[in-house]
Unconditional design. Structure first.
Length: 158
């Protein structure tokens, strides 16, 4: 059983809410931690997964490198095929933009929500420790793809 979430921070870009928190498993050393990042994506919006169509940006999440924190491998769920409408009111909607930039490749991504797990180890407690999580993504709807954006969330460890 894990302890309650702690050190929770949030940000919002283009209607997408990015939420991060740190969890310490009760059976692990105080130096072994797990960060969680959840993206809540509004209805009608999607975020591309890898591989993103040429010219568009896939979701990337990771810890910002620091001397006192060793990052483990991120666990990012596999993106699912995106089923975008064939017709929309804009001549340059999401499907058309993907086809223009990426040819006929299958488009994959995330809708509704996605949660990523980032394990890490703290290399000692000589000073207050913070973990910086970088989230890079591009949100699109049927009419437009917003510019790629980056959110950095800083979590203080207790």
């Amino acid at each position: 059983m894990s302890e309650p979430r702690r050190g929770r921070v949030e940000a919002q870009r283009h209607g997408v809410f990015v939420d991060a928190w740190v969890e310490t498993p009760s059976d692990a050393s105080i130096l072994d931690r797990t960060a969680h990042v959840a993206l809540r994506i509004p209805f009608g919006v999607h975020i591309y997964g890898a591989p993103a169509p040429r010219g568009l940006t896939a979701l990337e999440i990771g810890l910002v490198p620091k001397d006192d924190v060793q990052a483990g491998a991120a666990s990012i769920p596999a993106p699912r095929p995106l089923h975008l409408p064939d017709a929309n009111p804009s001549p340059f909607g999401a499907r058309e933009m993907a086809l223009l930039f990426g040819g006929s490749q299958e488009m994959v991504g995330y809708e509704d929500q996605v949660e990523v797990v980032l394990p890490f180890t703290v290399q000692g407690w000589a000073q207050p420790v913070t973990v910086d999580i970088r989230v890079h993504f591009q949100a699109c709807n049927n009419s437009v793809c917003f510019p790629a954006d980056e959110v950095t969330l800083q979590l203080a460890l207790l």
